[in-house]
Design a protein. Structure first.
Length: 384
């Protein structure tokens, strides 16, 4: 048992700041209060105690080729099966992949991340490889699998359905690359089977302008419209929405993940984050491909804070931005797959304690802090 004392804690879903103490016993928060004190006292006078980060979208397997292919197009880099990433993954050994995934997970842990949602290549084997790599690391991967049988203009739907069911026995959900690689029949199967089993269906949409144009020309619908109408739980990117795309998302049950640094690296645009927030959409923030960016959420937060200011010529609310990296995930985790805890009594202790540089706790983290300014990381698996 120990007490984190005299910090500014960001409590609950809305990250309400309060100067209180947190008592932790056997990995759970058992008491929060100004006078609460039990066990070992860890005095963090004035520091900011924030829920640990969730990396809402990452491809950890391509840690194998960091910074390779820089300057290539989106399709050249990541479109299956011949993108730079997929060729590298096909040529890597299991031991090589395991080692680089472990390194990237430790990078996440040391910069305050306790959960990440991974788009996992390699079918069942790929899912099991990540599970094995993560078992001794204090982080929870939410693994969304995929299978090569999904792809092509005329897939065998019987084989696709079997592959989905097999994947869902080991994975937390299914995540094909995008609508440019699968038919709507495959999309329907993925969403239906995931829904039946209470697991996550996710897909990239509107990452590039060309993706949207191709979708409109071929189907008369945008990728975002297809994602919503097919009922995917999670839509990633939405960098290039058309007409009423965002309004459609705001009225749906689909969750959104944005990845501003990856979009910038690939020259595909700037996500319309302020517009999303104005419509009541509460996205998650992700770092995307490790081959493009470090999986450090602190870097993602600062980049996004300033990019939105330049793009919109107005400020994004730093509190809403920090929620994208911490507590927004709790809004859509209806089946408790992710199991991310808020700073509330009775919840698992999963928080990061940052050195304080300013009176604004949200900007302190998004604008001032670096990994070296983390004083403690409290995790339900262990204390780092």
């Amino acid at each position: 048992m120990f007490t984190i004392a005299n910090g500014i804690i960001l409590k609950g879903q809305d990250l309400v700041p309060s100067r209180e103490n947190i008592v932790v016993d056997e990995g759970k928060i058992i008491e929060i209060g100004k006078e609460s004190r039990e066990g070992k006292i860890i005095d963090v006078e004035g520091a900011v105690v924030c829920p640990s980060f969730v990396n809402g979208h990452v491809h950890i397997g391509d840690s194998i080729i960091k910074d390779e292919g820089y300057g290539l197009s989106l399709s050249e880099m990541v479109r299956p099966p011949n993108g730079v990433k997929h060729v590298a993954l096909a040529n890597a050994t299991d031991d090589e992949l395991t080692q680089v995934m472990k390194e990237s997970m430790w990078d996440m842990v040391n910069s305050g991340t306790t959960h990440f949602i991974d788009y996992r290549e390699g079918g069942i084997k790929g899912v099991k490889l990540l599970k094995e790599a993560s078992k001794d690391i204090p982080i929870k991967p939410i693994i969304l699998g995929r299978d090569d049988s999904f792809y092509g203009d005329d897939p065998n739907l019987g084989k696709v359905k079997v592959a989905i069911k097999k994947l869902l026995k080991v994975a937390d959900g299914i995540a094909p690359s995008g609508f440019g690689e699968i038919t709507e029949e495959v999309a329907e199967l993925i969403v239906s089977e995931c829904s039946k089993q209470g697991k996550i269906s996710s897909i990239h949409v509107a990452e590039s302008e060309s993706n949207q144009i191709e979708s409109l020309n071929e189907f008369g619908k945008t990728e975002i419209e297809k994602g919503v109408k097919n009922g995917f739980d999670q839509l990633v990117h939405l960098t290039n929405p058309k007409s009423n795309d965002l309004d459609l998302v705001s009225k749906s049950s689909s969750n959104v993940v944005v990845c501003p640094r990856a979009n910038a690296t690939l020259n595909v645009g700037v996500c319309r984050l302020n517009d999303m927030l104005d419509l009541g959409i509460r996205p998650l923030l992700g770092t995307d491909n490790v081959m493009l960016n470090s999986p450090n959420m602190i870097r993602e937060l600062e980049f996004t804070l300033k990019l939105m200011s330049v793009y919109y010529k107005s400020y994004i609310a730093p509190k809403q931005l920090l929620q994208m990296a911490t507590t927004n995930v709790c809004r859509f985790d209806v089946n408790n797959i992710i199991q991310k805890s808020l700073i509330n009594e009775g919840n698992f202790a999963e928080f990061v304690i940052f050195k304080s540089f300013s009176k604004n706790p949200y900007l302190n983290i998004c604008n001032r802090c670096e990994t070296k300014n983390i004083l403690y990381i409290i995790n339900k698996k262990c204390n780092v």
